[in-house]
Ligand binder design. Structure first.
Ligand code: FES
Length: 192
C-alpha cells in the first residue's frame, strides 16, 4: 500500500517501512547527509539529515515516514544548523581540500558546497593524528575520518568481514582494524 507525506510542500509517496530520506530520495528530493548510505543500515550519528517533522527535529535517515506528516528540510534555519555541524566537522579534523587527492570526489566537501559554507567559522583544533600504516593491507588516515562508520557497516553488513570498528569514547573515538597487526588499538591512548 502507498501513502504520502509532504516535504517542503511537495507530496512524497512512500511504502511501509521506508524512512523519510529513502522516500525523499526515491522521489528525487535530496536531503543532505553524511553517515547515511542506501545500502547500509542507518547509523543516525552525523545529524546532517535532520529535518523538522510536524515541528520537531529528527534524523530523516532513521525516522520512518508516516502518512500525512509535514516535513521541512530546505529551510534557512535547518540549513544554518547543518552548516554549523559541517563547520564543526571541518575544524575538529584536518581537512585541507586544496591539497587533498579526494577533492572533487568527497561527500564532506560536497555537503559544505551545498550548504554554502564559505569559511570554517570556528577555530581549528589541528589535532595531532598520525596516519596508521602499520597494517599490511589497510592504511588508516585519521586526519580525514569523520567517524561516519560507513566502512564499518560496509565491511560488517555487506562483506560480512568485520574489518573495521569504532573504539574509544567522545573525542577519543577512532577507527580500528580487526587485525593482530598494527597500532590502531593503541592510537586512542596516544592521541590523548
Ligand atoms: S545521515 Fe542521518 S544522521 Fe547522518
Amino acid at each position: 500500500m502507498s501513502y504520502t507525506f509532504t516535504l517542503d510542500g511537495k507530496v512524497i509517496p512512500f511504502a511501509d517501512g521506508q524512512t523519510i530520506i529513502q522516500a525523499a530520495s526515491a522521489a528525487g528530493v535530496f536531503i543532505p547527509h553524511l553517515c547515511y548510505h542506501p545500502e547500509f543500515k542507518p547509523h543516525g550519528s552525523c545529524k546532517l539529515c535532520t529535518v523538522r517533522v510536524n515541528g520537531r527535529h529528527t534524523a530523516s535517515c532513521t525516522m520512518r515516514a508516516s502518512a500525512g506528516m509535514v516535513v521541512e528540510s530546505e529551510t534557512e534555519e535547518i540549513n544554518a544548523e547543518r552548516r554549523a555541524l559541517t563547520q564543526m566537522l571541518f575544524v575538529e579534523g584536518n581537512h585541507f581540500c586544496p591539497s587533498c587527492e579526494q577533492s572533487g570526489n568527497c561527500q564532506l566537501q560536497a555537503t559544505a558546497y551545498h550548504l554554502g559554507m564559505m569559511s570554517p567559522h570556528y577555530d581549528h583544533f589541528f589535532p595531532n593524528r598520525p596516519v596508521d600504516a602499520s597494517h599490511p593491507e589497510v592504511l588508516l588516515e585519521f586526519n580525514r575520518c569523520i567517524l561516519c562508520s560507513l566502512c564499518v557497516r560496509a565491511s560488517r553488513d555487506v562483506d560480512g568481514k568485520n574489518v573495521f570498528a569504532l573504539s574509544g569514547r567522545g573525542i577519543k573515538t577512532h577507527l580500528i582494524v580487526n587485525a593482530k597487526s598494527g597500532a590502531a588499538g593503541r592510537y586512542g591512548l596516544r592521541a590523548g
